[in-house]
Write a protein that binds this ligand. Structure first.
Ligand SMILES: NC(=O)CC[C@H](N)C(=O)O
Length: 394
């Protein structure tokens, strides 16, 4: 019989799932969320938007194609922990450079396998996301890694989950934004765009460079004056972790620059634009995370299958004076997935058109952005006030 080291997942509501240790041996705490992507575990782990969260993958077998440097979405994993029905110790793929477990050990990702992830996901769907702790028996009881935790010990972890700080109301981007500005090398001399980094994914930078943009990535706290001093042709607001509401400095920057530069926001960047315009965001029960979210483009009637990772959403009706009009909605729950400013070339989506992982149905949005930029300074460089909504739908 193979003896497996024990681990538990303890939720703040008192539920305890008993399974087996995987990855770095230790303990971890975070908001437990689920992702329905069938592949792309490395991209998910290294997406900085997951900072503070423990991710359950609904697909029951994770790790079988290993890990490759090309699939990093940032410099390291940002998930606080990972959960799978079964992690694969073996891997087979010509691109792979190491196993998932070696990768997790290298970067300190504490994980658990062997639990009923269907029951866990059902729990998150019915009750909403909760905080949880993953604890490895080998960490606390190195003398007996194969033994069970006692009910009293399990309760200690439940209390720890309960006492952990909520993601709500806190700035989670500080830990992930770049310390210094940097330029992304491109072969073409295209349009210079300032990318505000709230936790940007590499693939977004690559997609922008592909359409002829010269990206300059700047820290989240960069001021409007510092941005304009770079003489950009456009502004991009990135994805990022946590609650968008407390990021008041970013709302202010976006508000001050609105109408001065063609602007594109993705996910957290979309939420910041909504807040900058005076609107409201709210926390969803369990969010959208996965590569199979159906989104309707309201301007064309087309349905896009999209990649998503968010737990908050913009309430479009809360934006004063109809400053933004809805351009995309989610077909599962009707929440807002995209909007465009009614007068300025400013638009945004809640989902991830860069995919990685996920379907590429929405890549046209990067072409739209460069078209907005070309149209904007095509004359004498002065801002042209116009509706971008109509052209978004083409
Ligand atoms: N991927 C993102 O940018 C996520 C945005 C935000 N942190 C949310 O959960 O809604």
């Amino acid at each position: 019989m193979i003896r497996k080291e024990r681990a538990i997942l303890a939720l703040e509501d008192g539920t305890v799932y008993r399974g087996y240790a995987f990855g770095h041996r230790g303990e971890t705490v975070g908001e437990v969320v689920f992702n329905t992507s069938m592949t792309g575990y490395q991209e998910i782990m290294t997406d900085p938007s997951y900072n503070g969260q423990i991710v359950t993958i609904t697909y029951p077998h994770v790790g079988n194609y290993g890990v490759a440097i090309y699939d990093m979405e940032s410099n390291k994993p940002y998930v606080r922990g990972f959960i799978s029905r079964e992690f694969s110790g073996e891997y087979s793929n010509h691109r792979a450079q190491q196993s998932l477990e070696a990768f997790m050990q290298q970067y300190g990702v504490v994980s658990i396998q062997g639990i009923d992830t269907r029951a866990l996901v059902r729990r998150l769907r019915t009750g909403g996301v909760v905080k949880g702790v993953i604890a490895h028996r080998s960490y606390t009881h190195p003398e007996d890694p194969y033994g069970e935790f006692t009910p009293a010990e399990e309760q200690v972890y439940v209390s720890r989950a309960l006492g952990h700080q909520d993601i709500d109301g806190h700035d989670m981007t500080r830990e992930v934004t770049t310390a210094l500005p940097y330029a992304f090398p491109t072969l073409r001399h295209g349009k210079r765009v300032v990318l505000m980094d709230f936790g940007i994914k590499h693939t977004i930078i690559e997609r922008l460079a592909e359409v002829g943009i010269e990206p300059i990535v700047v820290p989240a706290h960069t001021t409007p004056a510092q941005i304009m001093a770079l003489q950009p042709h456009g502004l991009f607001l990135s994805n990022g972790p946590g609650d968008p509401a407390p990021l008041e400095y970013a709302h202010k920057t976006a508000w001050e620059l609105m109408g001065l530069l063609p602007t594109f926001g993705i996910c957290l960047g979309h939420q910041i634009l909504g807040l900058a315009a005076g609107g409201r965001t709210f926390k969803m029960k369990f969010g959208h995370r996965g590569g199979n979210q159906p989104v309707k483009n309201l301007l064309t009637g087309n349905v896009e299958i999209t990649s998503q990772n968010h737990g908050y959403a913009v309430d479009i009706d809360s934006i004063p004076n109809g400053a933004f009009v809805p351009t995309h909605i989610n077909l599962n729950d009707g929440t807002l997935e995209g909007m465009a400013h009614s007068r300025y070339p400013v638009f945004s989506v809640q989902y991830h058109p860069e995919a990685s992982p996920g379907p590429h149905d929405s890549r046209y949005l990067f072409d739209r952005f460069i078209e907005e930029i070309d149209a904007f300074d095509g004359g004498n460089g002065t801002p042209i006030v116009k509706a971008s909504a109509g052209r978004l739908g083409v």
